[in-house]
Structures are given as structure tokens and as C-alpha cells.
Design a protein around this ligand. Structure first.
Ligand code: PRP
Ligand code: URA
Length: 212
């Protein structure tokens, strides 16, 4: 479902079902990690919808056939540390040959401003289409800065895949980077006074890594 010009919300019963258990405060880390990974796989299916195809000729057991394969497009997944790491296994299930870069950002608990502490991207990133991963788009600060960092290394294209977005984060992100498509699994109600998404799921990184 199209939320706004470049923002797409996955409208699928499997995702809605998995999100319910992801949000539940009684879901433990093991199941939480599994759900994040499965939702990321389903979102990756949508994020790769426009990969170009080319014809190839094969022999089936019954005879020759002209069929299609992906036309050699190179992908890189870039999780925002820490919580984005939880999405990596899920997306690599669909595109095992992709490279993986990392951008480390944490939100200052007082100001909510993102602080960069690490960045390592594939050397050939200029030849790659990048899918940036983070489960949460809250104020938008982290995703905005991550895209700014990515743009400095000139990838062929960038898409941002998150799981839960706040309307405030979508507004800020699309204002900062209007050309970057955003794919999410849900758009929630609002941010609370601590910058948490309501109803959201709490702190994604803490729930993935059990650091509550
Ligand atoms: C969380 C989340 C995003 C960020 C979203 O990370 O994973 O990166 O907050 O918030 P924003 O849109 O307001 O920037 P956090 O800073 O808690 O770090 P962590 O992943 O290491 O726990
Ligand atoms: N980061 C999280 O992990 N959860 C939120 O609700 C907001 C930012």
C-alpha cells in the first residue's frame, strides 16, 4: 500500500500476524529475533521487486526453454547497528550473494540525536544498489544520517527498509531524502516524550540482544 509518494507499507496478513507477536511485551529475545528476521525476509521480497531480468536459454527434461534470471545486479545490505543487524540473516536468505556493510549509530538518550561510531562499507559500493536496514524509524535522525553517510560513497541507488515507522520519522526522512524509497511493515500512531514509537515494540536493539 502506498502511504505517500515514496513510502510503501507492506499490507500482508503474514506480516500483520508476525508484527503482533513482535510487539507483544511477553515475547522473549529468541522469538523476537526470529520474527525480525522473518519480517525482513518478507520485506526484502518487496524491496527487490524491480530487479532487472534477462533472458537465458536452458533445457528442461522436456525440451528447450527461454526463461529469465536476474541481470547481474549487485546488491549490498547495510544494517544500522545495533538493531539493523537483526534483519541481516532474513534478507540474506533471499539474496545470499549480497555484500554487507555496517553503519554504527546510537541515539543520545538526552537529545535523541544520532551519534556515529562506526562505518564500514563494501569497497565496490559504487557498483551496488544498497538496501539500508533498521527496524525502527522514530524521529528519523538515525536513518537520515545513515543515508547521508551512504550518499558520500556514491552507491548506484539506496532504499530504506524498516519494520515500524512513526509518522514524525516519515515526515523528517522524506523531507531530508525525498528520492529514497522507504518500505515498512507498519506506520504507528505517534512518538512519546522519550522518542519511542507508540504503540511500537519498545527498544528494538535491547529486545534483539536481550540487554533490557
Ligand atoms: C534505535 C533504532 C534506530 C533508532 C531510531 O537505535 O534501531 O536506529 O533508534 O530512532 P530515530 O529514528 O529517532 O533515530 P538505538 O539508538 O536505540 O541504538 P541500538 O540499535 O544500538 O539499540
Ligand atoms: N528506537 C527503538 O528501538 N524503539 C523506538 O520506539 C524508537 C527508537
Amino acid at each position: 500500500m502506498q502511504y505517500s509518494e515514496n513510502v510503501f507499507v507492506m499490507d500482508h496478513p503474514l506480516i500483520k500476524h508476525k508484527l503482533t507477536y513482535l510487539r507483544d511485551k511477553n515475547t522473549g529475545s529468541k522469538e523476537f529475533r526470529q520474527l525480525v528476521s522473518e519480517i525482513a525476509t518478507l520485506e526484502c521480497y518487496e524491496a527487490t521487486r524491480d530487479l532487472p531480468l534477462m533472458d537465458t536459454h536452458i533445457e528442461t527434461p522436456v525440451g528447450p526453454a527461454t526463461t529469465q534470471i536476474i541481470a547481474g545486479r549487485k546488491l549490498a545490505f547495510v544494517p544500522i547497528l545495533r538493531a539493523g543487524l537483526g534483519m541481516v540473516d532474513g534478507v540474506l536468505t533471499l539474496v545470499p550473494a549480497a555484500k554487507v556493510g555496517h553503519i554504527g549509530l546510537y541515539r543520545d538518550p538526552e537529545t535523541l540525536a544520532p551519534v556515529e561510531y562506526y562505518s564500514k562499507l563494501p569497497l565496490d559500493i559504487e557498483e551496488r544498489d544498497v538496501i539500508l536496514l533498521d527496524p525502527m524509524l522514530a524521529t528519523g535522525g538515525s536513518a537520515i544520517d545513515a543515508v547521508t553517510i551512504l550518499k558520500k560513497s556514491h552507491p548506484k541507488s539506496i532504499k530504506f527498509v524498516c519494520i515500524i515507522a512513526a509518522p514524525e520519522g516519515i515526515q523528517a526522512f522524506t523531507q531530508a531524502h525525498p528520492e529514497i524509497p522507504v518500505i515498512c511493515a507498519a506506520v504507528d500512531d505517534h512518538l512519546n516524550e522519550h522518542g519511542y514509537i507508540v504503540p511500537g515494540l519498545g527498544d528494538a536493539g535491547d529486545r534483539i540482544f536481550g540487554t533490557l
